[in-house]
Design a protein around this ligand. Structure first.
Ligand code: 2PG
Ligand code: MG
Length: 368
């Protein structure tokens, strides 16, 4: 086993670990929840050194079952979430990926087609992601349709944004200088035409100033934001709405109706926060990000609790990604119904292509 530095899709340094010939590497978020596990407890270089010092002890561990990853947790308890996740991804790969986890269902892709917010530097939408959730039969057909719609969106965007220069967000979504409703108008037309469900990651925390939700063309109070989001759900028939309010407003989430309300910054893949959300009926869906949880065992605990309480799980990439495809294996291995992993760009395609390969291996099994 050895660890080293690589660059992610945002050209930030991150950790890659090689475990007995298999690689794992960690992503990094930009719209981070306050309560996420830290990527690194020390500097990246110090963490890499610390992990390399554990080489012998790690290689000696007898890791046969998924539950044996508890030994990795214990041994690396002073290290950050990214360091442990990169190592655990490499171990997952070494042990056969999804086959090690005994699942076998293919998820539906949630594809980010247009976006802005914290994922784009220039003038863009306030909402972070406008998402396509196709209803085709196979993963292959769903992911291809996402790519086709992404490509075809260029034309209507150019009609509305005369200065559009094909700029994209960190995740490879178009980043036009338009407001949220202009984009919803364009997207909902495509969704109706292609029988695709429409979703949003509002990432409301990123434009909450402590008193107001500050938009490019308006300022809303908490109550106004709740009404506004409920109106958008009705008007655009939104199937999925992630983080409609700031990250501490569990009660406010419960007031968003008639859609799948999804917690990302609200839950940060943390069991205690999910328990609170279930008690307060804040959400119907939860984002699972391995490095946000800090270990695969913790991620599984959150998933199990979500399943027990009929909360739909969505495993997710981060805005700064690597070529690692572990989340594709986790989706299938744990029978997670949705995967949010972008549409275009080599880091996003790495996850999609792996799922197409797995789908072939399994013989086209899909989740409705
Ligand atoms: C999100 C993610 C990924 P980030 O908010 O859902 O799309 O963004 O990785 O920047 O937290
Ligand atoms: Mg999010």
């Amino acid at each position: 086993m050895f660890a080293r530095k690589i660059l992610n899709s945002r050209k930030e340094s991150t950790i890659e670990v090689n475990y007995k010939g298999s690689n794992g590497s960690a992503p990094s978020g930009k719209s981070k929840g306050k309560h996420e596990v830290k990527d690194y407890n020390k500097s990246l270089d110090e963490e890499i050194n610390s992990l390399n010092k554990l080489q012998e002890s790690i290689e000696k561990l007898n890791i046969k079952e998924f539950s044996d990853l508890k030994k990795i947790e214990d041994l690396t308890k002073n290290l950050g979430g990214n360091t442990r996740i990169a190592l655990e991804f490499a171990i997952l790969k070494k042990n056969g990926g999804y086959k090690w986890l005994k699942g076998g269902k293919i998820p539906t892709p949630v594809g980010n087609a247009i976006g802005g917010g914290a994922h784009f530097k220039g003038k863009s939408t306030n909402f972070q992601e406008f998402l396509l959730i196709p209803k085709e039969k196979t993963f292959f057909d769903k992911s291809f349709l996402n790519m086709k719609i992404h490509r075809d969106l260029q034309e209507p965007i150019e009609k509305l944004d005369k200065n559009f220069l094909l700029q994209m967000t960190d995740e490879g979504a178009w980043a036009p200088n338009l407001n949220d409703e202009q984009v919803l108008e364009i997207m909902s037309k495509f969704c109706k035409e292609h029988n695709v469900n429409l979703g949003l990651d509002i990432a409301a925390n990123s434009f909450w100033d402590g008193k107001h939700y500050v938009y490019r063309d308006k300022k809303l109070t908490r109550e106004e934001q709740i009404d506004y989001v409920n109106d958008l759900i009705k008007k655009y028939d939104l199937f999925y709405v992630e983080d409609p309010l700031e990250e501490e407003d569990f009660e406010g989430f419960a007031k968003i109706k008639n859609t799948m309300v999804v917690g990302d910054d609200l839950i940060v893949t943390n069991l205690e926060r999910l328990k609170k959300a279930v008690k307060l009926k804040s959400i119907q869906g939860v984002i699972l990000k391995p490095n946000q949880a800090g270990s695969l065992i913790k991620l599984k605990e959150v998933l199990d609790f979500a399943n027990k309480n009929k909360i739909t799980s969505i495993i997710s990439h981060r805005s700064g990604e690597t070529l690692d495809n572990s989340i594709s294996h986790l989706a299938v291995g744990f029978n997670i119904p949705y995967i949010k992993c972008g549409i275009l760009g080599k880091e996003r395609q790495a996850k999609i292509k792996e799922l197409i390969t797995i789908e072939k291996e399994l013989g086209f099994i899909t989740i409705k």
